[in-house]
Ligand binder design. Sequence first.
Ligand code: NOJ
Ligand code: NOJ
Length: 463
Amino acid sequence: MHSVHDSARKGLEAWLHRECGRATTYLLRNVSPPGAKPGAIIASPSRSNPDYYFHWVRDSAIAIRAILYLYETSRDPEARRGYLETLMHFVDFSALVQQTARELPVGLGLAKFTVEGRPAPERTEPQDDGPAIRAIEMIRFANLLLQEGRGDVVRDRLYRAELPAETVIKRDLEYVSHRVDQTSFDCWEEVRGYCFFTRFMERWALLEGAALADRLGDPGAASFYRARAGELADALRRHWDPRRGYLVAILDERGSPLVSRSGLDSSVVIATLGGYAIEGNAHQESLYPVDQEHVIATVAELEDVFAGLYPINDPGRDIPGIAIGRYPEDDYNGHRKGALGNPWPSITLAFAMYHHKLADRYRKGRPIHLTAASLPFFERLRIPRARLREGDTIQRGDPRFEAIAEAIERKGDAFLERVRYHANPDGSMSEEINRFTGFQQGARDLSMSYAAFLLAAGMRAQR
Ligand code: NOJ
Ligand code: NOJ
């Protein structure tokens, strides 16, 4: 029994290792491509059907998270210098697109720019998750620089208290903190409403921002940001729908779920990961950590719906893991709407990351609570001979504890195996995976697919 698992695990680990190198190479090709301003990061090199040759604020911030991770973990001084240079270019390019955006009615919520830093014409609805994620990453970078004794760079380019804001982080925090009660376009760029994903990222940005503001002598701003974050916490709790048994992704103006949708949406899971953040976050503890029962319930529901929706998930096909998509009603096939939606590598990777993060949390000492909401998730692990009852609290030492933690880790690995199975032979990945054939589909070499891979593999290596 064990040796089968061991050799499968070794095979996976060898692939993860090779894929890290390739994903890094492919991701870096999308950073400051020839002809672009330094620091511009294209979502994909695809220039038509679909045209993704743009700097999306959301996508580029997630790509920068992966690059920050590479910077922090690389031991090669030359590689580190290169990553640092990319990070500084990103700061400069972000300052440029902020300047462009604030002249426009939509302001910093503008979702995408050309590689010269001009607004991309067709996106005029605000997507407020973008500035929030960018702020989170730039704050992470600022903290790192402070730790390395580069407070001068931080004050010069990243954060100064002055208003109107002239530094990258401060501008994003001012924008975010004045928008917390507004609807925005969702992270999939399709509907307007109050989005769990956006609110979660806004709260995280404001709390991290408040801590930085305190550190840099801007206490008035810190308390303003904290107050806004508190409002978001209350708003986020209203996404739980006890009747449906999961966190509803988008609420309308009146606070009701959208009638056209089930409300089940993977962006909720990506949110609770802090958008592919490896480490936890002190503020998250108080709200939706990965082991919170409503989060667990939502993961189980999503898994269930996608397992049944995509033919490549049919158990008869005998492919490891489950391929996961955006939301069940999705009709974007990577080229056009009004078609059949597909699973995505970046989202399947988020599910891998979720499971590894959850197992890690239990192993670090959190008890496993079986509640009415969370029980279905644990039952889906199908642990032989383990009796699981609502109301049980399972601690280390209980024989079921190890069995559950291992099963969650194996499940995390199965999602990674699934991504491996569908990746192109050269390790490249697109935006989607065809739901019938399993081939990569839509925008090729998507930055987010590579960033999600590097962070999911990093999470697994770090536990
Ligand atoms: C349509 C998709 O549904 C949406 O999610 C996506 O962002 C855009 N096309 C990309 O251009
Ligand atoms: C469609 C996705 O829904 C959206 O999140 C992303 O920003 C764009 N594609 C670009 O990759």
